[in-house]
Design a binder for this molecule. Structure first.
Ligand SMILES: [Zn+2]
Length: 342
């Protein structure tokens, strides 16, 4: 539902005059992932804005809103009526191109931002599991593969692979972490070593930042937050210890490598990806605030560990209308938060 609201706001926002909805405005958190010069296979490179589109989006944001550092979020929550034009900019996952491309653009325009990183992936360089699943379905050689929990997978024509990948991504996202990791390992084993190496090099857009690069960003004023330790959904189907580990380890790693870590963003972050145990574990790990990917605007009635965020579309237009319209999603957000409180 909330995801559908995002699509609705995106579409409606293109037709509604901004002057009409501006008084309706409330503080909003926006997010993007990576920014690339050019993506050559959108079937697997799903998380990046192309640089020209990103610049247009930043110009639109700068022209119509006040972009604030995340440290001002408590004031925005307490006094939303004083923050009708306030937005907070965030980026998820920690792609290396946020340093090589996005950081310079944001800095040149004087826009503060926060980066949420998944610390296991920074420690190991292991790519985002959703990218690796897509890589298997689109690039593994033709044949039959026995994938734990998915059964025999026959890879052949591209149009069939397209349907298979959509189902598999959905299936693995909702699976227990350990089971999903076994399935993913079997997928990667389908590639001859040099083929996988070649593909990872070709899709360097998916490479993550190193700790040294994250420290550079921090020095340049970027706030660093946690996006869990592993990039997996913290849904209700995980083992009880999973939530605590994901919330604590990511904070500990960031505090050791770069300093204070006050904010958390849930991987995937939609209604099916965040459980009651997840937000309680995030609260208990000592974070100040945590962000979902449900649409809505900020105010003091919200659970501080289940705050809304809006994903910037690849060619996002009409933000001056879209942002104020997000307030219409708050009743649904409040209803969900009530269910999550038990
Ligand atoms: Zn993510």
């Amino acid at each position: 539902m909330p995801r559908r609201f995002g699509i609705f706001a995106r579409t409606l926002g293109r037709f509604v005059p901004s002057a009409l909805v501006r008084p309706f405005g409330r503080p909003v958190v926006l997010f993007f992932h990576g920014v690339e010069q050019h993506t050559d296979d959108p079937r697997v490179q799903t998380n990046h804005h192309e640089v020209d589109d990103f610049v247009q989006i930043l110009k639109a944001i700068k022209a119509s809103f006040d972009v604030l550092p995340l440290a001002a979020v408590s004031d925005a929550l307490a006094h939303p009526e004083r923050h009708r034009r306030s937005v907070f900019l965030t980026s998820d996952d920690g792609y290396a191109n946020t340093l090589t491309i996005a950081a310079d653009l944001l800095e040149d325009m004087g826009l503060p931002w926060t980066l949420f990183i998944s610390t296991h992936h920074v420690d190991t360089g292991e790519r985002n599991p959703m990218f690796l699943i897509r890589l298997f379905f689109h690039y593994a050689p033709e044949g039959q593969y026995d994938i734990p929990f998915l059964g025999p997978v026959v890879l052949g024509d591209e149009d069939v692979r397209e349907r298979q990948v959509a189902r598999a991504v959905e299936r693995l996202r909702l699976m227990n972490f350990k089971d999903a990791s076994r399935a993913l390992a079997a997928m990667l084993a389908a590639f001859p070593d040099d083929t996988l190496r070649r593909l990872l090099k070709r899709f360097s857009s998916e490479a993550f930042l190193s700790w040294g690069q994250i420290t550079d960003l921090k020095r340049r004023g970027v706030e660093i937050g946690a996006h869990a330790h592993h990039h997996w959904a913290m849904h209700a189907g995980q083992d009880p210890l999973f939530y605590r580990d994901e919330a604590r380890r990511s904070r500990e790693r960031i505090e050791k490598e770069v300093g204070a870590c006050r904010y958390f963003a849930y991987p995937h972050g939609n209604v099916d990806d965040v459980s009651r145990r997840a937000w309680e574990a995030v609260r208990d790990a000592g974070y100040d605030y945590a962000f979902t990917t449900l649409s809505g605007t900020l105010d003091a009635s919200l659970n501080p560990f289940l705050l809304p965020r809006f994903c910037l579309g690849p060619h996002q237009r009409g933000l001056t209308s879209v942002v104020p319209l997000l307030r219409a999603a708050n009743p649904r957000l409040a209803e969900w938060q009530k269910r999550m409180a038990g």
